[in-house]
Design a protein around this ligand. Structure first.
Ligand SMILES: Nc1ncnc2c1ncn2[C@@H]1O[C@H](COP(=O)(O)OP(=O)(O)OP(=O)(O)O)[C@@H](O)[C@H]1O
Ligand SMILES: [Mg+2]
Length: 285
């Protein structure tokens, strides 16, 4: 069952231009004609360069941005009803918390917002999951960047959401914390949570992801299924003039005519990073 479907989503931003009165209002494309479905229980990744449109898509889905046109269906509804909102968790790209607030007070505030009944249990559970339980009485001003990121993750999972949006969850995390977050995402998936993940750390997607899309300059330029890609080998072609190209199995045949110029062809393990470079930076697929 699709828990999210987006059809022909278009979003433009008004250009912030101090001379707009002189030049007229300008518009900048956020995303253009975006289509995809997310199935229940999968980890769906949106990957793309800075400014590609990943956060814009998430915010449109979450009702945090008005969009120009398109149809969004989320958990079977066209509108984000209050009931649906309680089933969603969201880690924003950048979180803003009052510095002087005590961690458990912040968590209580969110628990209240989500209408959580067994508050204490949920708060303890979320803080334990991100390794911050011993800091529950601390003020956020004493927290490091990575710790604040963990606060954001605790906030996002507090209501045991059915649908979890994570916008750059690994940002600022040390390698151990990153590993813990990967473990947490896997656990949530095993419990049936659907996860939408924006991240630049393609290795992590390779480890835990199921399907996803590549966004470039506001458009979906490819969609991928990791189960399929993992099976698909790629090849590095070494040319006598020193050039190297990474190509897919299907492109291998076309290299036969260049055989004279090739010094070696090596079969490589699948890498999402190579796939991504090929799609976005125009390598050969
Ligand atoms: N509030 C805004 N006002 C104007 N333009 C915006 C605004 N937010 C985003 N944009 C523009 O929309 C496009 C998509 O931005 P978005 O934040 O969705 O990218 P992203 O893929 O999340 O990038 P990053 O990897 O840096 O987080 C960019 O061209 C950006 O400049
Ligand atoms: Mg972003």
């Amino acid at each position: 069952m699709s828990v999210i479907s987006i059809k022909n989503l278009n979003k433009t931003y008004k250009e912030r231009d101090i001379f707009k009165k002189l030049k007229g209002q300008k518009f900048k494309i956020g995303v253009e004609d975006v289509n995809f479905n997310i199935e229940e229980g999968e980890i769906f990744s949106i990957i793309g360069l800075n400014g590609a449109g990943k956060t814009t898509i998430m915010k449109c889905l979450l009702g945090l941005l008005d969009y120009d046109s398109g149809d969004i269906n989320i958990l079977g509804e066209k509108k984000l009803t209050e009931k649906i909102k309680t089933q969603i968790g969201y880690l924003p790209e950048i979180s803003y918390y009052p510095k002087s607030i005590i961690l458990e007070v912040l968590m209580e505030y969110y628990a209240e917002l989500y209408g959580i009944k067994n508050k204490e249990e949920k708060i303890v559970n979320a803080l334990e999951k991100v390794g911050l339980i011993s800091r529950r009485k601390s003020k956020l001003e004493d927290f490091s960047k990575g710790m604040l990121q963990k606060v954001g993750i605790a906030q996002a999972i507090l209501n045991s959401p059915k649908l979890l949006f994570l916008d750059e969850p690994m940002s600022g995390l040390d390698p151990l914390a990153r590993f813990e977050v990967i473990k947490l995402i896997k656990e949530l998936k095993e419990k049936g949570t659907t996860i939408i993940l924006n991240t630049h750390i393609l290795n992590d997607i390779e480890t835990i992801g199921n399907r996803g899309i590549v966004v470039n300059k506001g458009k979906v330029v490819d969609s991928f299924d990791l189960n399929f890609l993992r099976k698909e080998a790629t090849y590095t072609v070494y040319y006598k003039n020193g050039i190297e190209k990474n190509i897919s199995k299907s492109a291998l045949d076309s290299k036969l005519k260049e055989l004279e110029e090739i010094s070696d062809i090596v079969k490589e393990k699948f890498s999402l990073e190579e796939y991504f470079k090929n799609i976005v930076l125009g390598g050969e697929k």
